[in-house]
Design a protein around this ligand. Structure first.
Ligand SMILES: Nc1ncnc2c1ncn2[C@@H]1O[C@H](COP(=O)(O)OP(=O)(O)OP(=O)(O)O)[C@@H](O)[C@H]1O
Length: 300
């Protein structure tokens, strides 16, 4: 059975009238990239703050590595909760030396972590000369200095340009491949879909869904077809017994919906039997976005 790196049970936090975290139950397995997904104000940062011991919970329990939280254990968690502050006139290396002193970790890992985040060749440049993406990568390097088992990131791509976003996402995947567990809060579905293996959806502090990204994307919402004789394809497809609906999409391809659980090969065989030669056939995959919006709207 997979080992749980984090278990949360009945966690609550209230700010005045706002229930920021509402009876939260969550388990995070070792080695996963776990996305905490939810719109602004859904309680992601508060939850991470509690888990890192910087926000006081009202009630409930959480266990890191199967044990009640302790300060020593938190050293095994590398976290970036807010935009990190580094000294602008000091280089990447010099800034990380300061972090090493604060965290009481040896300086020997500095070059290793800078290389890991792709800053090896900019290690001696002043922090102020870094792009936003490089600054965020330095923050990740800083969190990796103590070689923590878990990396916790709150909105890691906020404010970055598309290239910076792609670089950070690739870096997160690389770090996960090296065996670390990553917990990432994001309001971006796209981010969770591209980076995470597992995710939970929060709404007003409450968990309304938890599952794997792969399973959530499984299944299809129809098929996209193209044939040289499109009119004939339309006419034949509409007579298939399990046919439900069809429409032309913006690529000029025919999107066909069949009744649930219809094996696609049966439909394909039927088309061939009726003289249709397809030049294109693909599944229309479920998008996490559609499901996320459905989840959020269905839990008013
Ligand atoms: N220190 C605080 N004092 C009062 N209310 C707070 C405080 N921190 C958070 N809240 C409120 O708690 C709720 C959850 O906020 P939180 O920051 O955890 O959500 P979030 O999902 O991380 O959203 P965002 O991405 O906008 O930070 C919000 O309604 C927020 O206004």
């Amino acid at each position: 059975m997979a080992e749980n790196i984090l278990e949360i049970s009945g966690l609550n936090k209230r700010y005045g009238k706002i229930q920021a975290v509402n009876n939260l139950e969550l388990k995070v397995e070792k080695g996963t990239v776990f996305g905490l997904l939810g719109p602004n104000g859904s309680g992601k940062s508060t939850t991470l703050g509690i888990l890192l011991g910087v926000v006081q919970k009202d009630s409930g329990i959480y266990k890191w590595f199967g044990k009640e939280p302790t300060a020593a254990q938190r050293r095994n968690l590398g976290a970036i909760l807010e935009s990190p502050t580094f000294y602008p006139y000091l280089s990447g290396i010099q800034n990380l030396k300061i972090v090493c002193k604060i965290k009481e970790v040896p300086e020997k890992r500095i070059l290793e972590v800078l290389t890991q985040v792709g800053l090896g060749n900019r290690a001696d440049s002043p922090f102020k000369s870094y792009s936003l993406g490089m600054k965020q990568r330095l923050a990740i390097a800083s969190a990796l200095l103590s070689d923590p088992e878990v990396l916790i990131l709150d909105e890691p791509t906020n404010g970055l340009d598309p290239q910076g976003i792609a670089e950070i996402r690739e870096l997160i995947i690389n770090i996960a491949e090296k065996g670390k567990t990553i917990i990432l809060a994001s309001h971006l579905l796209d981010e969770v879909q591209k980076v995470c293996t597992h995710f939970a959806v929060l709404k007003q502090g409450e968990k309304i869904f938890q599952g794997t990204v792969a399973e959530s994307l499984m299944g299809n919402e129809g098929i996209e077809l193209m044939a040289q004789d499109l009119d004939n394809l339309k006419s034949v497809a509409s007579k298939f017994p399990a046919f439900v609906d069809m429409k032309l999409n913006n690529l000029g391809r025919l999107e066909v919906q069949l009744s649930n659980d219809t094996p696609i090969h049966e439909f394909h065989q039927y088309l061939i039997k009726n003289g249709i030669i397809l030049t294109h056939l693909s599944y229309i995959n479920k998008s996490l976005e559609k499901q996320f919006l459905q989840l959020l709207s269905g839990n008013e």
